[in-house]
Design a protein around this ligand. Structure first.
Ligand code: NDP
Length: 284
């Protein structure tokens, strides 16, 4: 039997953080890939994020995941940012390299892993992305870099959708011919894939989406939120003829898998943690 190679210390930092499933997911990946590590939950006082991060790394920590409400503060704290983090304006993965605090954002790649798992890799697809908050901003470049044919970003507050257009204009003007940013009233379906990156489902609200947005016979409806049962967006998508309907649990596991790859240099398999988490959601 192969022996574990080393004992490394990881954590997820947030406020609150007790609900986080990251320790379970990373421990699952560690078993799979035979790494010896610890992964804890780190509750940071709201005004002590920087001190919490510095102490963690000064005491020998290897890597940190960052969750609400600290992703923007982690962005400001990192000495070096990946392109994904710069475009997202937020960081969810931190580690040290030669004394420098490195920051990346793996949410977008996590979504890509899940879309691929579901049989919907973005290449060549017409995608509707609803929402213009942190989650939408984090996934727009990965979707474009994965080769989607058209990315239509719509938001209730139009100015925020337009702000995302300006972010791309500044950092990646080469993508603009495939991007459109409008209000929710300017949908131009059908789309192959419709992604709900709003928090409307959190308050059990449906979105004002017209009939005809799902391409007949094959379209995917994806809600980034996850839970024990269908969200209002998912229910509406089934009624409006989406072929496949999914929630964001796989994105959660996918972003963890990408953090794991950055830290350990090996891509873990998402299947087992996803199955176990799904079962625990259904039986909770
Ligand atoms: P933000 O608060 O940054 O953005 C919220 C977005 O939702 C805004 O675009 C807002 O529009 C829109 N919105 C809220 N309520 C409504 C409504 N009733 N009708 C229409 N639009 C609405 O949140 P995040 O971007 O951080 O998160 C969005 C969702 O993604 C959350 O549900 C979160 O749980 C989920 N998520 C899931 C992840 C995963 O791994 N599965 C990872 C990250 C996020 P406006 O600008 O007009 O206010």
């Amino acid at each position: 039997m192969t022996q574990p190679v080393s004992s490394l210390r990881f954590a997820v930092v947030g406020h609150p953080v007790a609900h986080s499933r990251s320790p379970f997911i990373h421990e699952c990946f560690a078993q799979q890939t035979q790494r010896s590590l610890t992964y804890e939950r780190l509750l940071s006082p709201l005004d002590q994020f920087e001190a919490t991060v510095r102490t963690f790394f000064n005491e020998g920590g290897t890597g940190l995941n960052v969750t609400v409400p600290f992703k923007e503060q982690a962005f400001a704290l990192a000495d070096q940012l990946s392109t994904r983090a710069r475009l997202a304006g937020a960081v969810n993965t931190l580690w040290m390299n030669n004394g420098q605090l490195m920051g990346c954002n793996t949410d977008g790649v996590g979504l890509l892993h899940d879309l691929t798992r579901l049989g919907y890799p973005p290449e060549g697809q017409r995608i509707l992305l609803i929402g213009a908050g942190g989650a939408a901003r984090g996934v727009m470049l990965p979707l474009l870099d994965a080769g989607c044919a058209h990315l239509h970003i719509v938001n209730r507050t139009v100015a925020k959708a337009q702000a995302l257009y300006h972010v791309l204009e500044m950092h990646r003007p080469d993508t603009l011919h495939r991007v459109q940013c409008t209000g929710l009233d300017s949908l131009a379906g059908p789309y192959d894939c419709v992604i709900n990156a709003t928090s409307a489902s959190l308050s059990q609200e449906a979105l004002p989406l017209p009939a005809g947005i799902y391409a007949p016979g094959h379209a995917l409806a994806y809600d980034m939120l996850y839970g024990a049962k269908d969200t209002p967006f998912m229910t509406q998508a089934r009624q409006q003829g989406a072929h496949t309907v999914a929630d964001g649990l796989g994105m959660l596991v996918g972003q963890a898998a990408e953090s794991y790859r950055l830290w350990h240099g090996v891509m873990p398999d998402m299947t087992e943690p996803l199955l176990v988490l799904r079962r625990s959601l259904e039986t909770a």
